[in-house]
Design a protein around this ligand. Structure first.
Ligand code: SF4
Length: 233
């Protein structure tokens, strides 16, 4: 049983699979506390579930959910709209690795994991069930040792790393994060969407950071959060 914030159908707004149709399962709770976090991941009494895939209208079901309840909703959405994959997001979904594993066993969809990449032991437990891993490296980070372990396991699957870059991103911290990666890894640089007190990054700095990363990693792409531009979920 797991506390889930919301379940809905939308487009993936970030990274390598931007624009793909997905069902999103947003689980509660996170093990980090990033300054630019724009996600409400607090546990709530009820989970918001879209009434039909993409309707943007919601009904509520009582938390916590068991895997069969989540799997039934995923199957219903997939019957309504061909769906690229099911994205487990958060918060930090790997806090709920057992739930993910149980849901994955009951559905046919590809499993897409959006994670902060700091819980390698949890990833190891469900790596066979996961198809695609979007791993964030949050800066500044005190979790490089965990990221290293995480990457070793995650490279068995379709993996890309993502770094959110802001006006405050320090070049030395950025270089240290890029050093975690292998030349063949895909790296997405995501210019921050300004929220709270976080300032936008200017174009010159984005290009400078991409140039720095390209010294180490061959495939470095700059992709902003497109769902924010479209004002879509
Ligand atoms: S890891 Fe993600 S969900 Fe957790 S605090 Fe950071 S930005 Fe928010």
């Amino acid at each position: 049983m797991t506390n889930v914030i919301e379940i809905f159908s939308s487009i993936q707004g970030e990274g390598k699979y931007v624009g793909c149709r997905q069902t999103f399962i947003r689980t509660a709770d996170c093990n980090l506390n990033c300054a630019y976090c724009d996600t409400n991941f607090s546990s709530a009494e009820f989970c918001n579930v879209e009434t039909s895939a993409g309707s943007m209208e919601f009904t509520q079901i009582k938390n916590p959910l068991d895997a069969a309840q989540a799997a039934d909703i995923i199957k219903r959405f997939s019957a309504e709209i061909p769906t690229h994959s099911v994205s487990f997001t958060g918060g930090e979904p790997l806090l709920h690795w057992q739930f993910i594993s149980e849901v994955a066993a009951q559905i046919d969809n590809k499993i897409f994991l959006e994670t902060n990449g700091t819980l390698p032991a949890a990833l190891e437990k469900i790596i066979d069930a996961v198809d695609i891993i979007s791993m964030d490296i949050k800066l500044p980070s005190a979790h490089f040792a965990e990221h290293r372990e995480f990457l070793k396991i995650a490279r068995a699957k379709d993996l890309y790393a993502k770094i959110v870059v802001t006006a405050e991103t320090a070049p030395e911290e950025f270089d240290a994060a890029v050093d975690l990666l292998a030349p063949e890894d895909l790296l997405i640089l995501q210019p921050v969407t300004p929220v709270k007190n976080v300032r936008a990054i200017d174009a010159r700095k984005i290009l400078e950071l991409q140039a720095r990363a390209l010294q180490k990693v061959k495939n470095v792409r700059v992709i902003p959060q497109t769902h924010r531009m479209l004002k879509i979920l």
